[in-house]
Design a protein around this ligand. Structure first.
Ligand SMILES: *Cc1c(COP(=O)(O)O)cnc(C)c1O
Length: 233
């Protein structure tokens, strides 16, 4: 131990550089334009220290999966960086819709009619309208949130046409024990036939595969911020 050195810092900036260059490589390999994939840095459970390291390294798009945690964490960070774009990537209860709409810029986890209607109502009352992704349960896992693939077209129509929601794309979280590429391909197919341009798919372990299959947004946590929950160092 060197008593003169500062406390060792977890290298968020170095990790970000590595992830960004892997994204760039995957874009090239897939014949896609440089910069066509947005990195959503998933900072859930991590304290403001590591998030500030990412901000200092130029990262501006972040993902959180709990409304309450994000409400506590982000107002101070936003005060210093007004250009932050915050995505909700976890389940949203209808009684938290007001808080979610006030806290986030994008909601990726629209997964049922009751929630879609509550969002439409909140947008009507506040005059705000967030960009939305619809979460598809591509693995049809009973414990997992999301619209079943067979119900996707009708649900997208309901959100877009009946409720006038700003549906920009689809999101999925493949089953942990299955080949993710099948799920990414299914998500891309559903988006294409519904004219949706954005695909949020791919996490730390499989974002390169997701990019090859058309991801426009990859949600990367561990590869940037380390294991959750972060030990405070
Ligand atoms: C936590 C989380 C991620 C990030 O996962 P990592 O494996 O840490 O990259 C991505 N998407 C969702 C929906 C999550 O909840």
């Amino acid at each position: 131990m060197n008593s003169h050195s500062a406390k060792p810092q977890f290298d968020v900036a170095g990790n970000l550089t590595a992830v960004r260059s892997e994204i760039a490589r995957a874009e090239r390999r897939a014949g896609r334009d440089a910069g066509s994939v947005t990195l959503v840095a998933v900072s859930k459970f991590h304290g403001p220290d590591r998030v500030r390291q990412a901000l200092n390294a130029g990262q501006r798009v972040f993902g959180e999966n709990r409304v309450q945690e994000a409400e506590g964490k982000w107002p101070a960070l936003r005060a210093d960086h007004p250009d932050i774009v915050l995505h909700l990537i976890g389940p949203l209860q209808t009684n938290k819709v007001k808080h979610a709409v006030a806290t986030f810029d994008v909601i990726e986890s629209v997964d049922r009619e009751k929630l879609a209607r509550a969002l439409a109502r909140e947008f009507g009352e506040t005059g705000k309208s967030l960009a939305l992704f619809i979460q598809i349960n591509t693995g049809e896992e009973p414990q997992k949130a999301g619209i079943a693939p067979a119900d996707a077209d009708a649900f997208i129509r309901l959100c877009r046409d009946d409720l006038a929601l700003d549906v920009q794309g689809l999101m999925c979280i493949p089953p942990v024990d299955e080949e993710p590429s099948l799920h990414f391909a299914l998500l891309a197919k559903i988006a294409k036939r519904n004219g949706l341009a954005k695909l949020s798919m791919g996490m730390s372990a499989d974002f390169e595969t997701a990019i090859a299959l058309g991801a426009t947004h990859v949600r990367v946590g561990t590869a940037i911020f380390g294991n959750r929950p972060a030990p405070e160092i």
